[in-house]
Ligand binder design. Structure first.
Ligand code: DX5
Ligand code: ZN
Length: 223
């Protein structure tokens, strides 16, 4: 799956920018990745629930909300209630990540857990049993356009193994620095869903960029 991140889109034209990856074929996004930042958990401020509610009315593509915020225990369920497909919180910010997952699921969304590049996966394996998505950050969260950190692929390989052996049921998602040069190594490591911001919305034709990423990932996965 390819999930274009609208962090790199034109914020004055978000509806049109999503339409650009909503056509038929390989250029169609599987999820639209929405980066919610609060200026506290990360040193950047983006959009929140009112914008997500407007986007939900505008598009039928599933919204993948990545909450880079403090106190996700309080705020995450609202995104699920609004109709987001997947709501991801950061384990570093969560007080009670198991309860958050239950609240998100009770409100009708998939629950995602994200881990920053320096956060070990091993400490959170029990928690992950309650989640539908693991979002492995391959840059420090906060900004688009940063360079991919290949060391995080060890966490992807571990998660892939646990999923393939039936110990966890998760979509393994990666976020940060994904482009046509880096997507193959991520696909080989076992990623299911690739977030791409600047590689999609920095391109002249976002749909073609989605199709190109998909083709590279497919080729790497079947190698
Ligand atoms: C970064 C965000 C990412 C960002 C990725 O904190 O979580 O989703 O949009 O941007 P690129 O693909 O440009 O690294
Ligand atoms: Zn993100």
């Amino acid at each position: 799956m390819i999930a274009p991140s609208i962090l790199s889109a034109d914020f004055a034209s978000l509806g049109t920018e999503i339409d650009a990856v909503a056509g038929a074929g390989d250029g169609r996004a599987d999820w639209v990745h929405v980066d919610v930042m609060d200026g506290h958990f990360v040193p950047n401020l983006t959009i929140g629930l009112p914008v997500v509610e407007s986007l939900l009315k505008r598009t039928d593509l599933p919204l993948d909300c990545h909450l880079m915020i403090e106190d996700p225990d309080r705020w995450a369920p609202g995104y699920a209630e609004a109709g987001a497909h997947n709501v991801t919180v950061h384990v570093e910010a969560a007080r009670d990540p198991v309860m958050i997952a239950k609240d998100i699921r009770a409100a009708g969304a998939k629950a995602g857990l994200s881990i920053k590049p320096n956060t070990p996966l091993e400490d959170h394996l029990d928690t992950l049993r309650h989640y539908d998505t693991l979002l492995v950050m391959s840059v420090e969260p906060g900004f688009g356009g940063q360079s991919f950190i290949p060391e995080v692929l060890d966490k992807v390989r571990t998660a892939r193994r646990l999923v393939d052996t039936g110990h966890l049921t998760l979509v393994v998602e990666i976020d940060g620095g994904i482009n046509t040069d880096t997507i193959e190594q991520a696909a080989e490591a076992g990623v299911d869903c690739f977030v791409a911001g600047s590689a999609v919305y920095g391109a002249d034709d976002p749909a073609r960029a989605v199709a190109a990423l998909r083709e590279r990932a497919r080729a790497a996965r079947t190698r």
